[in-house]
Ligand binder design. Structure first.
Ligand SMILES: [Zn+2]
Length: 195
């Protein structure tokens, strides 16, 4: 979007100022300017947002456009401002723009509040200010299990090599070896089993 817009603006500038002045004017130059400026503007407004589909599951949050896949337990803070939602982690952060993803943000916030408690710092009036519906359809589909190879049980440090050994905290997405699941989740304190 940015490059096509840039090329259009460049071509329009060339045709207007750098071409031989004695040549006939080109009629579509104003349109080139308009299209170029619109594309660059659209890129600036929407380009840096998480585009595509926002995926919310028991594992965490990700987007379909190749952004970071963030497990719930890695999230340090969730904040909403007039531009969108920020999900802050110790590594890559995720931004979801409210202009294009208000439905996803509402859905994500419900899940985040249930799983993260006080780490979600969002005022009710900011949620109320979100567009009621942005045309997006919320679909429910089975989540793809994450690659566990090389991961370790949060409680015992045992290597998780096969999927059958893995148990996951359904609230925060931390992994445990099925033989060393603690009574309460080490990350979020959710009760995992009772004796
Ligand atoms: Zn947990």
């Amino acid at each position: 979007m940015m490059s096509v817009g840039g090329v259009a603006l460049g071509a329009a500038s060339y045709a207007t100022w750098l071409r031989d002045a004695s040549a006939d004017p080109i009629s579509y130059v104003p349109y080139l300017f308009l299209v170029g400026a619109a594309l660059v503007f659209a890129y600036i407004v929407f380009g840096q947002a998480a585009t595509g589909v926002v995926v919310v599951s028991d594992f965490g949050v990700s987007t379909s456009d190749g952004g970071p896949r963030i497990p719930w337990h890695d999230i340090q803070a969730v904040c909403l401002d007039e531009h969108g939602l920020s999900i802050n982690t110790s590594g890559d952060d995720l931004r979801v723009q409210s202009a294009s993803h208000s439905t996803a943000i509402r859905h994500l916030l419900k899940q985040a509040e249930r799983r993260l408690g006080k780490r979600v710092d969002v005022a009710d009036e900011d949620v109320a200010a979100l567009a009621p519906w942005d045309g997006a359809v919320v679909t429910v589909s089975p989540a793809e299990p994450p690659q566990v190879t090389g991961m370790k049980c949060r409680a015992s440090g045992r290597l998780l090599s096969v999927e059958q050994d893995v148990r996951m905290c359904g609230r925060c997405g931390v992994f445990y070896h099925h033989q060393t699941v603690p009574k309460r989740c080490k990350a979020c304190r959710k009760k995992l089993w009772s004796s």
